[in-house]
Design a binder for this molecule. Structure first.
Ligand SMILES: Nc1ncnc2c1ncn2[C@@H]1O[C@H](COP(=O)(O)OP(=O)(O)OP(=O)(O)O)[C@@H](O)[C@H]1O
Ligand SMILES: [Mg+2]
Length: 294
């Protein structure tokens, strides 16, 4: 193991106890993520992507899921030692959940929920310090007028703004690794692009490792260093982004490629010249998002 390896997953296998018997949702997958890298797991619905992510983070209910294999987060064996995951989850590694509309409590303000994450992370204590840190986090995710947003309730923000808040919540613990389970699939295409830009910017600034889960090869193509293509619990094809996008070996991967070229115009490769890029420079992502939802 080198110091730069944030995540090492070897022969991860996950069996779920369901009403219809035992399902082997993940059947021996292996991958690694180093500092500053984005590794994407892509696959159709039900292929086991979320189960893999939840298994890595040990978020599956212990009585319903049997997880085996090896998972190391910054060298710590989190399957072997149940206390190890408590030490890294919400500290070294953070999750960006799938649906921004339901991930936050509707009855508490953005400020109260972000503040709680900051306190749990131990990043600040005392009201003024927590508020100052919350403002700084919202600035980092390019939310305009952060102080005003802190007083708002989730339903008063757009989907794109809420997803930015969730990214700020994840950043509260200054993670080295972020697991993002379909972080943009609930959002409009234009808003998606702004969120992906933001994740890449944060990654570039801080060298964060990113495990991206998506069913959209357009998203995978934009953000990934390496891609693992998942089907029925196994990786059917793995490689660097160019190899998977330009020379897919499996028919299954070709079908994923054919399905969703939604973000093609944002890609600088000549392979996607069809549509002129929408609003080109991502200078004011906030405005663009609000316009996109209007
Ligand atoms: N709580 C559950 N109870 C029963 N089966 C489940 C449960 N969660 C997942 N599964 C099964 O495990 C397999 C993998 O599901 P998983 O949610 O990991 O897929 P996914 O690739 O994330 O799909 P999606 O793109 O729809 O999010 C599927 O066969 C699914 O039916
Ligand atoms: Mg899923």
């Amino acid at each position: 193991m080198t110091d730069d390896l944030l995540l090492e997953v070897d022969q991860l296998q996950i069996e779920l106890m369901t009403a219809n018997g035992v399902i082997r949702a993940v059947d021996g997958v292996s991958f690694r993520i180093a500092r500053g890298e984005t590794v994407t797991i892509i696959g159709e619905s039900g292929s086991g992507k979320s189960t893999t992510a939840m298994g890595v983070l040990q978020l599956l209910p212990r009585d319903l899921a049997v997880v085996s294999g090896t998972v190391r987060v910054t060298g710590l064996d989190v399957l072997g030692d149940p206390r190890a995951i408590e030490a890294v989850r919400g500290r070294t590694v953070a999750l960006i959940p799938q649906d921004p509309m339901t991930a936050l409590s509707p009855v508490r303000t953005v400020g109260s929920q972000l503040g709680e994450a900051i306190r749990i992370a131990g990043a600040a204590s005392g009201r003024a310090a927590v508020t100052a840190r919350a403002v700084r986090l919202l600035e980092q995710v390019h939310i305009p007028d952060p102080r005003a947003q802190l007083r708002k309730f989730p339903h008063q923000l757009s989907g794109g703004m809420l997803q930015r808040v969730l990214i700020a919540v994840a950043l509260a613990c200054e993670p080295q690794l972020i697991v993002a389970d379909e972080p943009t699939s609930a959002l409009d295409v234009t808003v998606q692009a702004g969120i992906l830009d933001l994740l890449l910017e944060l990654q570039e600034q801080r060298g964060i490792g990113l495990l991206m889960i998506t069913h959209d090869l357009g998203v995978a193509r934009l953000v990934s260093d390496r891609i693992h293509v998942m089907k029925a619990g196994v990786f059917v094809e793995s490689g660097d982004v160019r190899q998977i996008v330009d020379h897919p070996v499996e028919d299954y991967t070709r079908r994923l490629l054919a399905a969703v070229p939604t973000l093609g115009a944002w890609d600088e490769t000549p392979a996607a010249p069809a549509v002129p890029a929408a609003p080109a420079a991502p200078a004011a992502p906030a405005d663009r998002e609000e316009t996109a939802r209007a």
